[in-house]
Design a protein around this ligand. Structure first.
Ligand code: ACO
Length: 275
């Protein structure tokens, strides 16, 4: 476990991660973030999202793969439901209290929470969600924030926010639409129904579905394969693929050329190490 992690937001101690319901392990190019409040099915608060953002901001430069996993039977039951009560979560306030903020302040708070999710898509790391049991609301959105999802056969995904009168606001709507299309995304969100592991795979929400007791091993194998590819090549390839949907074929072809020229120069050009 990393004792501290330092980033643009300052240094965070292991104790602070623990208070936010997280555990962090870093080593061998891999960072494993465990949602670690199994007695509450890894329910999350603003402190959790803030700590996730801190981890992203302070990630050691040798980390190339980030795994998000949950301790216990569920990946995450979403936001801590105590937030809906006036008394809220100690030290975290409550939604009724937050609703009294002015719009700009409230927008800022949500933006800060979203930072806990968005860094998982940055090109220099590949993020993998290892999902068993329930991934509800914010939990589903956290899995969607990752590049890849490996699901145990008992995984149950549910976008519950609209059922509770809220919209999904933790960056989950875009990856959901990108994966399953607008109509299916609308149906999943507005019915609040559970999407099981097999359906998730068919819909493109999971790269892999494995028996429950095989999740750790499957994720370990995937991480080893990801780590075997050269870092700069992986980063350039991720950049290319991430932007592909928003570009025309001509634009994409130009991006491929640009990235390849840089790769070739790094591999074979005069400036390469030892040339
Ligand atoms: N917030 C706070 N506590 C929770 C949450 C949560 N989201 N989910 C579960 N817990 C607590 C339960 O209150 C219970 O505590 P207790 O032992 O003190 O009674 C403990 O975790 C275990 O929960 P169970 O319901 O007994 O566990 P089970 O495995 O049977 O069910 C499930 C798990 C399906 C996740 C169920 O707990 C559930 O439906 N939770 C609420 C999910 C939800 O609505 N989340 C909000 C989504 S919206 C959003 O994230 C923005």
């Amino acid at each position: 476990m990393a004792d501290t992690i330092g980033g643009s937001r300052g240094t965070v101690s292991a104790t602070e991660f623990a208070e936010a319901g997280l555990h962090l392990d870093v080593g061998g190019g891999l960072a494993t973030i465990t949602l670690n409040r199994p007695e509450r099915r890894n329910a999350m608060t603003f402190a959790t999202w803030s700590a996730l953002a801190e981890i992203g901001a302070g990630l050691p430069p040798d980390v190339r793969v980030v795994v998000l996993r949950g301790a216990g039977p569920s990946f995450s039951a979403g936001v801590d439901l105590r937030m809906f009560q006036p008394e809220g979560v100690p030290g975290q306030g409550s939604f009724p209290a937050l609703a009294r903020l002015d719009d700009a302040e409230f927008d800022q708070m949500i933006a800060a929470a979203q930072e806990g999710f968005t860094w998982l898509r940055r090109p220099d790391v590949v993020s993998v969600a290892a999902v068993q049991g329930h991934a509800i609301g914010a939990g589903f959105q956290l899995a969607l924030a990752c590049d890849l999802r490996v699901l145990a056969a008992d995984a149950r995904l549910c976008m519950k926010e609209p059922t509770l009168g809220l919209v999904p606001d933790l960056t989950g709507t875009k990856p959901l639409v990108d994966a399953v299309g607008y109509a299916r995304a609308l149906e999943i969100c507005l019915t609040g129904r559970v999407v099981g592991a097999e359906e998730a795979r068919e819909l493109g929400l999971a790269e892999l579905v494995v028996p429950g007791d095989g999740l750790t091993e499957a994720v370990r194998d995937l991480c080893a394969a990801l780590l075997a590819t050269d870092r700069d090549t992986a980063t350039a390839t991720k950049r290319l693929l991430q932007g592909a949907a928003g570009r025309t074929l001509t634009e994409q072809a130009a991006c491929e050329r640009r990235e390849q020229v840089a790769r070739m120069k790094a591999l074979f050009g005069a400036g390469r190490p030892g040339a």
